[in-house]
Write a protein that binds this ligand. Structure first.
Ligand code: NAD
Length: 253
């Protein structure tokens, strides 16, 4: 079997109902993985075509990753439904808040951290526990960080978001080190500007974002899915603790 194949594996993607998460889920399914998604909104129609067109199993759970109770009960149901199978986890659920640093309130910031940092961290932790318990030989966790963890995004006021994505990127090698003894690899992805609902709120910034990329365009969600599929697969078996930047070159010039 190809090292890129995910045939017979099970993947969990949070924030998989739309945008980057849905693209990651679709890419993993295209490579053969069964897919479960956790989200607080109903999936876009494309999610429901995955099972029919690719012949893999799919399931959607309404889970708020910022709530310990919701996350744990979502995991319990998912474990029951999938007989504890889990090989790949992509904690992708995230939000942004565009406010000047001087106007951020404690609540704005803690709401954002509860999803982007705590939600991601405990999703990864529950996934790792499940992978250890089921003894998978293909455990891979792909944390979703951002280009905003590498640079202060020029056109946006998003200091809390940048900090949260920096936290994701820096926790990655620390978690990877602890999980290495279980054969679970942990890497992160840092996408650049991607056309999703998160960025759609800023049509006036589109031209400036395009000019920041070497290739003169922003990414479609499909442009970033390959990095996730690669990190999830055995083709990246010697990679752990790394961050992969997929940003059209924005952070390189
Ligand atoms: P999006 O808003 O289109 O999708 C985010 C998804 O997360 C939505 O389906 C949303 O319902 C879900 N979500 C939000 N809060 C949740 C919660 N508490 N529990 C469960 N699900 C929740 O945004 P996107 O652009 O697809 O972003 C996905 C991830 O990619 C985020 O972590 C984001 O920070 C990251 N990212 C996006 C870009 C970009 O330019 N779009 C760039 C770098 C990184």
């Amino acid at each position: 079997m190809s090292k890129f194949s995910l045939q017979g594996r099970t993947a969990l993607v949070t924030g998989g109902a739309r945008g980057c998460g849905l693209a990651f889920a679709s890419g993993l399914a295209e490579a053969g993985a069964n897919i479960a998604i956790f989200d607080v909104v109903d999936p876009e129609p494309d999610f429901y075509t995955i099972e029919k067109s690719l012949g893999v199993r799919t399931a959607y759970y309404r889970v708020d990753v910022s709530s310990e109770e919701s996350l744990q009960s979502g995991f319990s149901q998912f474990q029951k439904d999938f007989d504890n199978a889990l090989d790949i986890c992509v904690p992708c659920a995230g939000i942004n808040r565009h406010l000047p640093f001087l106007e951020f309130t404690y609540k704005d910031h803690s709401d954002l951290l509860a999803i982007n940092v705590l939600g991601l961290y405990f999703t990864a932790q529950l996934a790792a526990k499940q992978m250890i318990a089921n003894g998978t030989k293909h455990g891979s966790i792909v944390l979703v960080s951002s280009m905003a963890s590498h640079i202060a995004v020029r056109s946006q006021l998003c200091s809390a978001y940048c900090g949260s994505k920096g936290a994701v990127r820096s926790m990655c090698p620390a978690i990877a080190k602890e999980m290495a003894e279980y054969g679970i690899r942990v890497n992160s992805i840092s996408p650049g500007y991607v056309r999703t609902e998160m960025t759609a709120a800023f049509p006036h910034l589109l031209e400036s974002w395009k000019s920041e990329a070497m290739n003169g365009r922003i990414a479609e969600p499909e442009d970033i899915m390959g990095a996730c599929v690669f990190l999830a697969s055995d083709a990246s078996s010697y990679m752990t603790g790394q961050d992969v930047i997929v940003d059209g070159g924005v952070t390189r010039w």
